[in-house]
Design a protein. Sequence first.
Length: 270
Amino acid sequence: MPADLPLFLLALAGAGLFAGLIGGLFGVGGGIVIVPALFYAQAALGVDESVRTHVAVATSLSTIVATSWRSLSTHAKSGAVDFAVLRTWTPWIALGAATGALVAGAVDGEVLLIVFGVGLLAIASNMAFGNEAWRLAQALPTGAPRAGIAGAIGALSAMMGIGGGAFGVTVMTLCGRPIHTAVATASGFGAAIAMPAALVNVWTGWGEAGLPPYSAGYVNLSGFVVLGLLTSIAAPFGARLAHRLDRTRLRRLFAIFLAITALNMLWEAR
């Protein structure tokens, strides 16, 4: 693997640029691109299959820490963030994320591939067929239902290596929140998921055999630096493109891409 490090870094650069563009264009987290890109890059370079999915998920989570804070800060300046939701939801999201990361560290990579594939199919279906006008309730849940739903968002996102925006926005819009408020507020879920989950992945992966070079547990530090930098650079370009292109058609085309990716990941888990 060390001899192939330049190729690995090149693959990381490509994944980071693409993930940043996709995140800015569609308002989704780059993890849905980074995780499969890292998985297949590691496979091509001969990284042990027992750690590929864990490294892809953990490294994706590590990059979300910085990008989530940057995104939240930008949305906060526009006044779109509902900080009351962040205060009451993020503790449960963080607890769910830490729990999900512990479960991820204890299961085989095939299980994580199945979780990612099924979750990605759900996201793809929502992108293709979802309607922002759909409502299940007039207000967000409180009490035990809030703790359960927030914890589930955190746990599932941590096991998939994503920031929780896709699930968070869906829950908030179904419960009567305007789409702009939902997108802005859910951007803050990423840090609540990524920080505890990334730390747990460092701990559970420490000393594992077969990890790529420059890894701290399951978090690959090369990926953290390259992906974090390039997703931040590329995201504004994606956001500008969003105002020039037919987003409805693009969302459906991207949903097809996500569905194919999800099916390939599920095939890998067979």
